[in-house]
Write a protein that binds this ligand. Structure first.
Ligand SMILES: [Zn+2]
Length: 80
């Protein structure tokens, strides 16, 4: 006996919340230096880039993971 299922798709409107701060971050992921877990978070991207430059200057580490996050609102739209 087989079963049959029907799936419907729905559109969603997703937009950034204009009044919430954007968050930037960076973490040192330099290979071979597992002891380094240095990281920085800021609401200003320039502060992250400055922190990376200072970390390279102070340690010689050159690999980082940069992140960006923001709050969004998702509103269900029409069914397709
Ligand atoms: Zn480092």
């Amino acid at each position: 006996m087989s079963s049959r299922r029907t799936y419907r798709f729905r559109n969603y409107n997703i937009h950034a919340d204009s009044d919430s701060p954007k968050l930037y971050g960076a973490a040192c992921v330099t290979d071979g230096d597992s002891a380094c877990d240095a990281h920085k978070d800021s609401t200003e991207q320039a502060a992250i880039d400055r922190w990376i430059a200072e970390h390279v200057r102070d340690t010689g580490h050159q690999h980082f993971r940069r992140t960006f996050s923001e709050l969004v609102t998702a509103t269900p739209g029409e069914w397709q």
